[in-house]
Structures are given as structure tokens and as C-alpha cells.
Design a protein around this ligand. Structure first.
Ligand code: ARG
Length: 458
């Protein structure tokens, strides 16, 4: 197959080298964007007078015929033509004849791939953000039922203080809100038109880049041609946002898998969202959650892959950059896959409110409340901490919880203990005390729920 650069070459390509440098299998999914960029470029050439209106029409019609073939699945993909750009251009030539050879005037595959990728990114970000919103809605639905479901809150994976389940779930809603903002922000910076940079130095024809930008829906044009063709920040930013989102999903999945253990017993996965064991008949495994956690690994790997590829590349375009697409597409697909399973899986969970409630008050979970009680009676907090530490040591020795200690026993540690002390040690009192904005009191959680709903729907 004759190459687009055939004139300079006296030998045909080594088939092994050709297979190695080709990227069609990966970049063919960019075809809708490649066509959009080419149609807009043809119109820009007409406006500049490089194509007559009739030539422009022929090329645009030819590109529409190419689109029809791609949509119908009849397009003759030729891997030996290296990438999607050359495949589309060659097919155009076949369909419209020599005039098709005018399309690449003043353009390079270097600015072409950059515009394709930016258009692709702008297209997929909407889906990613909508998917994140779906995950938030699923969390909000579970949070709405569990504002009054106490559970142990943990630090160091040790029971720490009571919280309510809704508070725990809402933590993830706020994380995903930041993720959404990162994707929107990434799209904003990706929305700069690189076309017109050509290979590296800027096109030599008087293209109206602003009009071209308007045509393609870009609010701005790149200010430096070298930057325009060598920049892959928009890929890195998407991958970084995806990697951070992956951390959040992974932590949520880690919570759920832990809660599903016999040791915790806080949640049960529906049969439809769990798997069994090929040997142990009793097993029910939270595979969906585990794989959500596992897939965050590839989201992180994809980011590191592109950062590593870009690091140390001299300006401007280098073929190394062709390696950005597999990681980008993989992260887009991986996120979409996670976002498809997460909401129904969350909806199918059965929370064991009884077990959570019982656990919420165990293991001295309200010891801080006892210290706070003494503080309210006038004791400096450091002394209160010391006193309660001794009370806990005493209770551990007796093998009982704080609530089982009599008032007399408690007064042995501090005269400030009074008849109302046992009331302060209950889970309900502990929760009620934390009515500060962002706290776990029912009223505060209801306010946070309302705030989260508003953010999510905005
Ligand atoms: N397939 C290339 C890529 O993905 C397109 C740009 C190729 N440019 C070049 N001079 N080889 O980056």
C-alpha cells in the first residue's frame, strides 16, 4: 500500500515495523472526531480561498460518505495505513478522487490528533460526570434511610466514636462531588483549539482559527503552536481525575467488603451482586466490590503510564505520544464500567442496622463524651482526658463498659461526676452533641443531606 509519504521513500515498509508503528486498532475509535475536525478544516480552507466552494462541498460530501461507511461498519480499515487519520484521508481520495488530496493542505497529523483527542475528551467528560452523579444519587438514596442508624466510626480501624451510617455514606457523596469538579475543570482546559498549529510551527496559510474554533465549539485557540502539538496535559488531567475517583471508589469498596465479613456483619450483599466459591459451598463473596477496588489499580497505572511517557520528551511532537490513547481509553472505559455497576449494587445492599447499633456503643465509644462532660463541668480537657483514661483502665479491669460503672465508682475518679453522667454516655447523647456543621448529629446530617442533594443536582 502506497504511503502518504511515499515520495521520499525508495523502499517499502518492513511489515514488522509497520505493525509496530501502527495505531489503528486503538485510535479507530476517534473516527467521529477525526471526521468532525476534517469537515471543519475543509470549511476553513474554503473561507481562506484554498478550496473553491465546489471543491469544499465535494470534500465534505466525501467525508459524509466515509462517515456512512464507518457507521454501517463497511469502512475498509487498513492497518498498514498506520492510523485513523490516514485511513480516513485515503478513503476520501478513493471516493472523491484527486480533489480529496487538497484536504490536508496546511494541516498535520500532529495538530489533527490533538484536535481529535480534545473533541473526544469533551464528549466523554459529560458521560463521566453523569455517571458520577448517578453514583452520588445511589449513595444519597441510602443515606436518606439511615440518618438515624448509629454505627461505630473508626480511626486506625479501631472503634472510635459513634456516627450514623448516613454520615459515612455522605462522605463519599462529597468526595465524588470534588471528582465531578475535577472532570469539569479538565474539560474546560481541554477546550482550546490546536488546529492551525500544523506540524509544529503554525500553518503557512491564512486560516481564520477563531472561526474554525467556533465551528468546532472551542471557546479559545492555542497561543503557541509548539505547545499545541506537544501538549497532552488534557489527557493527564483526565487520567489524574480518574485516578483520584478510583481512590474514592476503592475506599468505598474496601468499607463494604469489610462490613460484609462475619467479623463486622454490617452489610449483606444481595445474591445477584455476589458470587460463590467453586469449592466452598457456604461462601458468598463480594466480588463486585472487590473488583471496583481492584480496577482502581489500572486507573492509577494509566496515569503513571502517560506521565512517564511524556516526561523528558523534547519539544515538539514525538511518536512516543501515540502511546497516550490506550491508557486514556482504558480509564474512560474502566470508569464507565464501575459507574454502571455501583448504583445498582448500592441499592441492593441490606444494612444490618441492629448489628451496627449494637456495635456503636461498645468498646468505650463514648469515652470522649465522658471527657467532654467533665469539660462542661469546668475541668481542663487535658485533665479530663487523664481522668477518663483512668476510668477506662478501671472498667477494662472489671471487664465492663463505662455505662456499667456506678455513680459512686465514677465519683472516685472525679467529684465532678453527677447524676446526669450516665445520660451523657449514651450513643444518642454522643451523636446529639455533634450538631456542628459537618458533624454526625441527626440534625447536622439532615442539613448535610439537603446540601448534598443540592450540589448533586446542580
Ligand atoms: N497516530 C499519531 C498519534 O497518535 C498521530 C500523529 C502522527 N504524527 C506523526 N508525525 N507521526 O500521535
Amino acid at each position: 500500500m502506497k504511503k502518504t509519504w511515499g515520495g521520499r521513500f525508495s523502499q517499502s515498509a518492513d511489515p514488522t515495523a509497520e505493525r509496530f508503528t501502527g495505531s489503528l486498532a486503538v485510535d479507530q475509535r476517534l473516527w467521529p472526531y477525526d471526521l468532525a475536525g476534517s469537515v471543519a478544516w475543509a470549511r476553513a480552507l474554503v473561507r481562506t480561498g484554498l478550496l473553491t466552494t465546489a471543491e469544499g462541498d465535494t470534500i465534505v460530501k466525501g467525508l459524509e460518505a466515509v462517515r456512512a461507511e464507518l457507521e454501517a461498519g463497511t469502512f475498509p480499515f487498513r492497518p498498514e495505513l498506520e492510523d485513523i487519520h490516514t485511513n480516513v484521508e485515503r478513503r476520501l481520495l478513493e471516493l472523491v478522487g484527486d480533489v480529496g488530496g487538497k484536504l490536508h493542505t496546511g494541516r498535520s497529523r500532529n495538530d489533527q490528533i490533538a484536535v481529535d483527542e480534545r473533541l473526544y475528551l469533551r464528549d466523554v467528560v459529560g458521560g463521566t460526570v453523569a455517571g458520577l452523579r448517578g453514583a452520588q444519587e445511589a449513595l444519597l438514596a441510602r443515606a436518606a434511610d439511615t440518618v438515624e442508624t448509629p454505627m461505630p466510626g473508626y480511626t486506625h480501624l479501631q472503634r472510635a466514636q459513634p456516627v450514623v451510617l448516613a454520615h459515612h455514606l455522605l462522605a463519599y457523596v462529597f468526595m465524588l462531588q470534588r471528582d465531578r469538579e475535577r472532570f469539569v475543570d479538565c474539560e474546560r482546559r481541554a477546550s482550546v483549539l490546536p488546529l492551525g498549529a500544523a506540524a509544529l510551527a503554525g500553518t503557512a496559510f491564512a486560516i481564520d482559527r477563531e472561526a474554525l474554533a467556533r465551528d468546532l465549539g472551542f471557546p479559545a485557540v492555542s497561543a503557541n503552536s509548539l505547545d499545541a502539538v506537544s501538549d497532552r496535559d488534557y489527557v493527564v488531567e483526565y487520567l489524574a481525575a480518574a485516578a483520584i475517583t478510583g481512590v474514592h471508589f476503592s475506599r468505598l469498596a474496601a468499607d463494604l467488603t469489610l462490613w460484609a465479613t462475619a467479623e463486622f456483619g454490617f452489610v449483606e450483599f444481595a445474591d445477584a451482586w455476589a458470587t460463590g466459591s467453586s469449592i466452598m459451598p457456604q461462601k458468598k463473596n463480594p466480588d463486585v466490590a472487590e473488583l471496583i477496588r481492584g480496577k482502581s489499580g489500572r486507573l492509577h497505572g494509566n496515569l503513571v503510564a502517560v506521565l512517564t511517557t511524556m516526561k523528558g520528551l523534547p519539544l515538539a511532537y514525538n511518536s512516543d505520544m501515540q502511546e497516550d490513547k490506550e491508557p486514556l481509553f482504558d480509564s474512560v472505559d474502566t470508569l464507565a464500567a464501575i459507574l454502571a455497576v455501583l448504583p445498582p449494587m448500592l441499592a441492593s445492599l441490606t444494612f444490618r442496622a441492629d448489628r451496627m447499633r449494637a456495635a456503636a456503643g461498645e468498646n468505650f465509644a463514648t469515652a470522649t463524651d465522658l471527657a467532654d462532660y467533665l469539660v462542661r463541668k469546668g475541668l481542663p480537657f487535658r485533665q479530663a482526658h487523664e481522668v477518663v483514661g483512668r476510668v477506662v483502665r478501671h472498667a477494662v479491669g472489671r471487664g465492663v463498659g463505662l455505662e456499667a460503672l456506678s455513680l459512686d465508682e465514677l465519683r472516685g475518679f472525679s467529684e465532678l461526676m453527677a447524676a446526669d453522667v450516665h445520660q451523657a454516655l449514651t450513643v444518642d447523647a454522643s451523636l446529639r452533641a455533634r450538631s456542628v456543621t459537618g458533624g454526625t448529629a441527626h440534625a447536622a446530617v439532615r442539613r448535610a443531606l439537603a446540601q448534598a442533594r443540592e450540589l448533586v443536582r446542580a
